[in-house]
Design a protein around this ligand. Structure first.
Ligand SMILES: [Zn+2]
Length: 627
């Protein structure tokens, strides 16, 4: 599942929860049953424009609620309902604009509607900036009594109100809030600088591969050719690509330092005890989770090292294993069956049977509807995602199905997000329907794991079985260990800024080298790292998203514990899992997990993931011996 690393790049859109996957696009046929029907959202662009104008006019009136929210529970409910209704319609407008824009990125009016929808979302934020300070000014006791006196207010808004009050110690006076809001643009510049260099101005090298093909190694070509079967090609790709980045080490060091100094500045200004605490505050995630994750990944390194040794054996590498040997799939995909869309749906239903009838019925209903744009097409957005932002309609899914195992696995993954959305919307009011990314990826990765187990169990040949086992393993390396290493690097950088230490590019490369060598077991003789490749940190866009990547790793650990429990305990574990999905965003993600029997601040989920990895490696070794 090599797409995993890229899938984790969640696109920030105003259109509500959108969980992205990544798969290569190629030309293929399109049939009517394989395209989505956007008229479930709006009859057409005229209807969209009318709804847009109406909603915008409502938003412009929000000032009339200023100063009213403390009058009575009825007045508070009136203000919150009006704002919530506008957000609900704005989300639906955003979904339509975004999906239609993704059908063909070359059509300008569709892209303009997307822009309009984003502007509307920003306008709602601006027009309601007074709300949180006014609620905080009412105080806990008053807010509690208002909630208790009105059932409708309690049903829809109690969590929102409680969460707003939680922000009181970190909410500043109006003047300071205005300054912080205005500093946002300045603080986001390092990311702009990164993309300017990485996507446009960096002089990417051109190399000649062993088959005589000349390739210009930009980011996409690098990601493609690092999987080359020829080892000397992989080395040439790495040497040229990282050599190019090495020339910008000082510039990118200063740029990433600016990002981290900005994070620390914001945290300090908002009276947080460090940048990590500030980053985790929004979802109310206890910082121990981050530290437990890092400690557990380090305790699990012998499992990663076992995997790397196995990789060396399976790839038949003589001498030292190198960093560029990480990317070819463990078992090549030759003679593995292909999976049409219909076959992928059938296999997904079969593999998810342990999820029970309620889950399967939703999946069947979704497959029967026109909710998916499935096939690759020119101009269509690449990759895959689920967009569940239209609360009153249904989820939509964009895929680029190419009939390989990755396509099948992506389908199961994205439908995991879709069923999560269906279960949430059926059980929560709109105001509690937006679930955290901290939970979302567990719902989808659990599906991938159940599918992978099913494919292994039903493989027709020894070779097929090995292939599926290898896919499951590669996913854990990329989505768990690599992401935790990034998370550890980020924490270290921010701590150094907090201690007043300077961060030069050279220093960052040194830090990265030490971490990388520890993770891949250089001292244990597992893999040898060429220092040139330690400039990899320059290339990772996620370092400009604050503390984000750790959630990929925690989600995968959560999914491992869930899928184990569902297979072992059956209905009891399954009900806990389904209830978690039904809970949506009605409470904090960590609390919801704990209620479902999983505590990500303890070693158990991480141990479950390592046990899974070792179990798979045992199976591979047995199959290898049987040869
Ligand atoms: Zn996902």
């Amino acid at each position: 599942m090599t797409r995993c690393a890229a899938r984790w790049f969640v696109l920030a859109l105003t259109a509500g929860p959108l969980f992205a996957a990544h798969a290569a696009a190629s030309a293929a046929e399109t049939g009517p049953s394989l395209t989505w029907d956007l008229s479930d959202l709006y009859a057409g662009t005229d209807a969209w424009s009318a709804a847009y104008t109406r909603t915008r006019a409502q938003v412009e009136q929000f000032d009339r609620f200023r100063g009213t929210v403390g009058n009575s529970a009825g007045d508070l409910l009136k203000a919150l309902s009006a704002i919530s209704d506008a957000r609900r319609e704005a989300a639906r407008l955003g979904v339509y604009a975004s999906l239609q824009g993704d059908e063909d990125l070359r059509v300008a009016p569709a892209q303009e509607r997307r822009q309009q929808a984003q502007t509307l979302a920003t306008l709602i934020d601006e027009k309601t900036a007074w709300l949180a300070p006014e609620i905080i000014a009412l105080g806990q006791a008053k807010v509690d009594s208002l909630i208790q006196s009105n059932a409708e207010l309690k049903r829809r808004f109690d969590f929102f109100l409680k969460d707003t009050l939680r922000g009181a110690p970190h909410t500043l006076g109006p003047e300071a809030e205005a300054v912080l809001a205005a500093s946002g643009d300045v603080l986001s510049q390092p990311s702009t600088v990164y993309h300017q260099l990485a996507d446009a101005e960096l002089p990417y090298p051109t190399i000649e591969l062993s088959n005589g093909q000349k390739v210009r190694l930009d980011s996409a070509a690098y990601e493609k050719h690092r999987t080359a079967a020829s080892r000397s090609d992989r080395k040439a790709v790495f040497d040229a690509f990282w050599g190019a980045w090495k020339g910008y080490q000082g510039t990118m060091g200063a740029n990433l330092a600016s990002q981290d100094i900005g994070d620390v500045f914001t945290a300090k200004t908002r009276r947080f005890n460090g940048a990590l605490e500030a980053a985790l505050f929004g979802d109310n995630i206890p910082p121990e989770i981050y530290r437990t994750l890092v400690a557990q990944a380090n305790a699990g390194l012998p499992t990663l090292h076992r995997y790397l040794r196995l990789r060396k054996r399976l790839l038949g590498i003589e001498g030292d294993l190198a960093y560029y040997d990480n990317y070819p799939t463990l078992i090549p995909a030759k003679s593995v069956p292909s999976f049409s869309v219909a076959e992928s749906e059938r296999l997904t239903l079969a593999a998810l049977a342990p999820m029970g009838e309620e889950y399967l019925a939703l999946l069947r209903r979704g497959f029967a509807g026109r909710w998916m744009s499935v096939m690759p097409r020119q101009g269509k957005r690449s990759g895959g995602y689920m967009n569940g932002g239209a609360y009153d309609v249904h989820p939509y899914l964009l895929l680029n199905h190419t009939d390989d195992y990755q396509s099948l696995s992506t389908l199961a993954h994205e439908w995991g997000h879709a069923v999560h959305t269906l279960l949430t919307t059926a059980n929560q009011p709109f105001e509690k329907a937006q679930y955290s990314p901290f939970i979302a990826e567990s719902a989808s990765i659990a599906n991938e794991m159940l599918l992978n187990d099913y494919m292994v169990d039903h493989a027709k040949t020894r070779y097929e079985k090995l292939f599926y086992l290898g896919q499951g393993l590669d996913a854990i390396r990329g989505s768990f260990f690599r992401q935790v290493m990034f998370a550890e690097f980020q924490l270290q950088m921010h701590q150094e800024v907090e201690q007043g230490l300077p961060l030069s590019g050279e220093h960052l490369t040194e830090n990265y080298c030490k971490l990388l060598k520890r993770y891949v077991g250089e001292a244990e003789g597992v893999m040898k790292i060429d220092p040139l490749y330690c400039t990899e940190w320059e290339f990772i866009p996620h370092f400009y998203l604050g503390f984000y990547v750790y959630q990929y790793a925690t989600s995968m650990a959560g999914a491992a514990q869930f899928s184990d429990a569902i297979l072992k305990e059956g209905a009891r574990a399954r009900d806990r899992f389904i209830n978690l999905l039904k809970a949506g965003g009605s409470d904090y993600a960590y609390e919801l997990y704990k209620r479902a029997g999983i505590d990500l601040a303890t070693p158990a989920p991480y141990q479950a993931l390592f046990a899974r990895m070792n179990r798979v490696m045992d199976q591979i070794e047995v199959l290898q011996q049987a040869r």
